[in-house]
Design a protein around this ligand. Structure first.
Ligand SMILES: Nc1nc2c(c(=O)[nH]1)N[C@H]1C(S)=C(S)[C@@H](COP(=O)(O)O)O[C@H]1N2
Ligand SMILES: [Mo]
Length: 437
């Protein structure tokens, strides 16, 4: 049984509003926004303890069909859980999941306040950085226990800009919908991380022959509160772990890690699903089998090994682990649904797991014609690449700007979603709507 299936599938009367929108986006939307408010919301407010806020949504929300599936009505969002974050959209508050609107990801390096949050459990409270300890064990020549001071003094300290993208980024656009956090485009960020190379630490402990995989453990706790039950423990192939841009990081953008981003210590594994980048890191174990911790097995962070039709049921044994994330571009300016002048700079970022991006092209005519953007080299391997182009619109009116990246292996972003049951790896082109005045 996959780890995600162990979560009690109780009705929306007993679980939180966000969980309801995440697990049953279509049903949640129907109940919240359909035009018969009497019928549709009564059950929710009596059962979920949200009676006090019920009056705020006293009428049907117009044009709800245009809203991303799974978006929780803003009237209910309790954004105080996002202390130290700026402008993030809260998708869930237990556990906390929040994405960054595309136009707030415009910086070349993502500020800490704008790095998205994806939690599977509850972060540790009252973290003590000075007393923090990382154990490296399993199939090693000598087990090591390292404080953050040990890491700083015994290994070369490196700083790298590295992109982290959640495997489920883009899930909100799947049809039929996929359960899970309804990320639109903003479960991605590229901050500057300072730490030591995992590879250097592994060389020091001595990797025994036969090691194939790492196993990562963090100090967060399971939502159920069960002692010893882990919210997530994933790993990567030993080959990926030994690459030189996988840091064990103790600083973010030159300052402390944000509490929700894994303070005081985390892994950053660029190019692979964000879930590989264990936060609140306490232990790395080396194994001679593919790691089988929570969210490694079943359908978690896995996709069918063959193409499936939208909505198909796929046997669990036909799923395989996601490794590299696919090629993608994000438009960070102009902001979607805004008004632009006849000439405007379009810009954003592009990335492709374990590869580089070789071209970004733009279309303002729904893909009929394309024009190349100026694309920067990555500042280091694993960083996203910035691109820009001044675009002239032929006349006033409504436009969509489409961006399409092509990577060093010649792979290009698709028009349509390659559907999979859990809604991973959506790298369809980002489209920004503009009214040119
Ligand atoms: N300990 C721990 N590490 C974790 C997670 C978690 O829930 N617990 N979530 C993972 C997932 S699914 C993602 S996408 C990234 C997100 O990193 P961020 O919250 O810093 O953006 O952290 C990963 N590391
Ligand atoms: Mo994730």
């Amino acid at each position: 049984m996959g780890e995600e299936e162990e979560m009690p599938k109780d009705s929306h009367e007993t679980k939180g509003l966000y969980a309801f929108f995440a697990d049953s986006p279509r049903e949640a939307r129907r109940q919240f926004f359909d035009s018969e408010p009497e019928m549709s919301r009564r059950g929710f407010f009596t059962g979920a303890g949200l009676v006090a806020t019920g009056g705020l949504l006293g009428m049907a929300v117009p044009f709800y069909a245009n809203m991303p599936l799974g978006l929780v009505p803003a009237a209910f969002a309790s954004e105080d859980v996002l202390i130290g974050k700026d402008g993030l959209t809260l998708l869930n508050d237990r556990p906390i999941n929040a994405e960054t609107p595309a136009h707030l990801l415009d910086d070349a390096i993502t500020p800490t306040a704008r790095h998205f949050i994806r939690n599977n459990g509850l972060p540790p409270e009252d973290v003590d950085a000075a007393g923090w300890s990382l154990t490296v064990d399993g199939l090693v020549e000598n087990t090591l226990e390292l404080s953050i001071a040990d890491l700083r003094t015994q290994f070369e300290v490196v700083t790298m800009a590295l992109a982290i993208e959640c495997g489920g980024n883009g899930r909100a656009f799947f049809d039929p919908p996929a359960s899970g956090n309804q990320w639109t485009v903003g479960a991605v960020g590229c901050s500057e991380w300072t730490g030591v190379r995992l590879a250097d630490v592994l060389k020091k402990v001595g990797v025994k022959p036969g090691v194939v995989y790492t196993a990562h453990y963090g100090a967060d706790t399971h939502l159920s509160g069960k002692e010893g039950k882990l919210p997530i423990s994933r790993g990567v192939t030993i080959a990926k772990a030994m690459t030189d841009n996988v840091p064990i990081a103790f600083a973010m953008n030159g300052g402390a890690l944000h509490k929700q981003n894994g303070a005081p210590l985390r892994l950053v594994v660029p190019g692979w699903p964000g879930s590989c980048s264990q936060k609140w890191l306490t232990r790395i174990q080396l194994r001679d089998i593919v790691h089988d911790g929570p969210k490694m097995t079943g359908t978690s962070y896995r996709v069918p090994r063959y193409p499936v039709a939208p909505g198909d049921k796929v046997p669990k044994e036909d799923f395989e682990i996601i490794e590299r994330m696919p090629v993608k571009a994000l438009v960070t300016a102009p902001k979607s649904d805004s008004t632009a002048s006849r000439e405007v700079e379009v810009r954003g970022h592009a990335w492709s797991g374990d590869r580089t991006v070789s071209a970004v092209d733009l279309s303002i005519d729904f893909g009929k014609t394309w024009m190349g953007a100026d694309l920067d080299e990555p500042v280091n391997l694993g960083a996203w690449q910035n691109w820009r182009r001044v675009v002239s619109f032929p006349e006033v009116g409504y436009y969509e700007v489409w961006a399409r990246a092509t990577d060093s292996a010649g792979e290009m972003q698709p028009f349509a979603i390659d559907w999979n049951p859990k809604g991973y790896l959506n790298n369809t082109m980002h489209r920004v709507a503009l009214r040119v005045a």
